[in-house]
Ligand binder design. Sequence first.
Ligand code: GAR
Length: 203
Amino acid sequence: MKKIAVLVSGRGSNLRALYGAIEQGKLDAEICLVVSNKSKAPALEFCRNKNIPCQICKLKDFESREAFFDHLAGIVSLSGANLVVLAGFMMLVTPNFIRHFPNKVINIHPSLLPSFPGLDAQKQAFDYGVKISGCTVFMVDEGCDTGPIIIQRAVEVLETDTEETLADRILTVEHDTLWRACKIMLDGKVSVSGRRTLIKEEQ
Ligand code: GAR
């Protein structure tokens, strides 16, 4: 069975959705490890309830970001993960981490990249006044939200929206997008050609 390691920092709703997709048989995989860089992340509570192996790894316990990510790469490698998913992991990963898992680290972001990278993407989009936003799953490279795009899904911004209602609707779409991205990645359907990903169609 293919294994997924998930890195989180907070609430963990994408982690829960991924777990749910596996439980429902939509995705043939197991979550072999969850690592949080925040000891109070609610995502950890979920892991404990579901007996998912989880660890806390805090930047302040290391001499540098490189040392932190070397350690993280070590524990993720030991878990035997075939895919590393950043699901609300609010740290910029270092090149040494990515080098350990070439084209195997993906991230989900709550905007249509390259618009609104970084923090508070939903607020950035709302404040800008765009009519369409959405979410993006991409392969992590050395930049901030710059890697080759795997899947994007659009969400309309309604005149009645607040920042919160927009974020909620995007989140619902995120939950249905992340497992699909994991599936095509684990099925070996995604290849990278420069900035583009090529996705093999289902037979
Ligand atoms: C999600 O909206 C995710 O797209 C976003 O953080 C939230 C985490 O929620 N990630 C980023 O903004 C990364 N740049 P969750 O902890 O409930 O999954």
